[in-house]
Design a protein around this ligand. Structure first.
Ligand SMILES: [Zn+2]
Length: 179
């Protein structure tokens, strides 16, 4: 799936983890370090789960944008993914460290995939070998235009969900501070 979908899913994930932390009674086992580790691992797992859904991958296909560059699909993916990652960090700025770990986790399967397919990294060192050695994305036999629209819809939905969850979290913190 597109890097932007993975980054925004990490944004939703970290907001859900912070909500869990807020509702947890007593000290969190392992503290913030454990929460960061959970964000990293769950981020990576969310990537694999999303890639298991039929998808098209819009950004790598936008060859009219920077198509003159060598490996232009990677450049586009990195730019768009970085913007989405930055959005998540700003949205969850009070806990940007945890948010960054979720984003890195969510990007990690594709980072090692690029390291393998474009930089020749030995597949034996891939953590997610099945994902890293698979060249094409999984479309499930669906029409690519339909999948592209679904992907755009997911981006809008996930971005709005990130904003709504952060707003709710800040509201709950303010109420907690006032009580
Ligand atoms: Zn992937």
């Amino acid at each position: 799936m597109d890097a932007i979908v993975h980054a925004l899913s990490a944004g939703v994930l970290v907001e859900l983890l912070l909500e869990g932390e807020r509702r947890w009674r007593g000290p969190l086992p392992g503290g913030r370090a454990a929460l960061g580790a959970a964000a990293l691992v769950l981020g990576a797992l969310s990537h694999l789960a999303l890639d298991a859904l039929p998808h098209f991958n819009i950004v790598p296909h936008l060859s009219s944008w920077m198509g003159y560059l060598p490996r232009h699909w990677i450049t586009r993916t990195v730019i768009v993914g970085a913007i989405a990652g930055l959005f998540v960090l700003v949205n969850t700025r009070e806990r940007w460290g945890t948010a960054a770990l979720a984003v890195v986790g969510a990007a990690s399967p594709d980072i090692e995939k690029i390291a393998h397919t474009d930089a020749g990294m030995d597949p034996r060192y891939l953590v997610f070998r099945d994902h890293g050695t698979r060249a094409s994305s999984f479309d499930g036999g669906y029409d690519h235009r339909t999948l592209a629209y679904v992907e755009i819809g997911m981006v809008v939905f996930l971005a709005l969900l990130c904003l709504a969850l952060a707003r709710r979290r800040r509201g709950a913190l303010r109420r907690g501070a006032a009580a």
